[in-house]
Design a protein around this ligand. Sequence first.
Ligand code: C2E
Ligand code: CA
Ligand code: CA
Length: 550
Amino acid sequence: MSSSLNNYLFDAFSNASDDIYIYVTDLHEDLTRWSGGAVEFFGLENEYMYDVKTRWIDYIHPDDRDMYIEDISGVFNGTKPQHNCEYRVRNRSGAYSWVECRGSMVYEDGQPVFFAGLMTRIDNQSKYDGLTHLLTAYELPKAPIIPSASILLVGIDNFRMINSRHGILYGNRVLKYLADLLSSEFSDETVYRFSGDEFVVYSTHLSIDELKYRFEKIYLTCNIAENYEGIESFSISAGLVEIPSADTSMMDIVGFAELSLADAKEHSTQHLSVYSSEIKKKHIRRTKISEELISSIRNNYEGFHLEYQPLMGSYGSRVVGAETLLRWEPENPEIGECSPEEFIPILEKNEGIVDVGYFVMKESIRQLSEWQEKFPYLHISFNVSYLQLQDPLFVPSILKTCKLYNVDPHNIIMELTESILATDIELVRESFRILRSQGIRIALDDFGTGNTSFWTVHSVDIDILKLDQAYVRTLCENNKIDLAIVESISIMCNRLGYDLIAEGVETDEIRNVLQQFEITAYQGFLFSRPLTPDKFEAFLDENGSNYAFR
Ligand code: C2E
Ligand code: CA
Ligand code: CA
């Protein structure tokens, strides 16, 4: 075998991209080497091919052969400096893909020794996906719209996180693994790679129950750790739609499937949702809310205001701070009441949270500056969504706002939920480092609701843990499990030097139970509901303290 074709450069470039293939021909031996991707995609016997001139012609679409031969002959007889033409090539599945093929001669001592080039797949509308060999989304509109046929849209949960934790190559293996599972489970159906991490199964003859059952099997397989060549367990969700009528467009059907998939991802207990009128209604309401939120933001945050819920110190139950909670009164009466639990996720989706987050941050700090004249130790704690940290102007602007209102950053707490740890961890670390170096404290909100372990928490520097209400609200002397959890969390916080805030303290009994642990501050309806600024001021006058948070 020609050793000149075995070199590191070839290996390095071979893996550069999924849809670019390289080839080098040793003219002396009439031997060509193809990159692995080409072998895979075109279904070649192996990387090496003798007599490429004759053999490659076989792969080219009959209608394109003359054009190809004319171009390549020009290069070989020296009348053309470069081979450059577009033609169709048969891939391993027997279908043709458009490629752009470029190649040049390499000369030594005036003699041509190599012919080398790149082949780029230009068929974005290509029939087959290079990685999974499934049909691409471009093919889906060709599927017949038959009432009673169904579309199952399958998506990988947190695929972005899988990619960022383990790298793109690992992510590709996960995709390929799932593609193979789907193809074998649905061998009589048509399976498409729909988008990055989503797949569509189009079925004309399986019942909804059968589709659900088969999806469940795949779901379980993916959930088994170390299931296949070192792929860690991962989770998938699905949306299922029965095609309602022959006059529905494929775009609409896929839209319904997307809504159902989003619905499934929202529920931690179910991983498949069948499209229903409920899902449709929810979507219509959300769209309305989303539009209305944007218009509120544009109208100088009209309809938004802040309430403040007291944080009570552990001694004597005096106020040591307040958590800022956002409220929104939509103008559109059709929307009616809308709680933060409903509108915050919508703001996170339409990215309005970045703008609204500035409003919350600035207004909280301004408000604190007013209260601080009387209560210099008072703290203000506001919620920050992960999207806000991705805005490079946000962190500097907090510090600027503190300066503007003459507020000591030591009196500011930022609350972020555990989900922040699943995003760009380096960015999170760096933001926390800057904020903490200026005195701002970082609280991890709703601790215990996600799957975060202390190990993960410890991978970033924080100051405060806020114990989720779920552990607190039902706490009583007989609730041995929750007691043990709270106890161990409080011990850990103590050892790691974190302050601990208990949220959701609703009754005296809960407060009494909590008093056996080292808790820095309490928050809950027992002390007060979130209050308008006026009411909070009155509460403060009665219950304010002049000692520090800790
Ligand atoms: P959170 O940050 O966990 O806020 C505490 C929530 O618990 C508040 O709900 C508060 O009213 C409620 N709460 C406090 N004490 C008790 C209690 O004793 N019992 C019960 N059952 N509930 C209690 P709220 O105001 O509806 O806010 C819900 C969530 O919305 C917040 O949860 C937070 O995640 C989000 N949120 C609110 N304001 C903002 C904001 O300005 N920015 C961002 N990004 N999120 C916000
Ligand atoms: Ca909070
Ligand atoms: Ca919370």
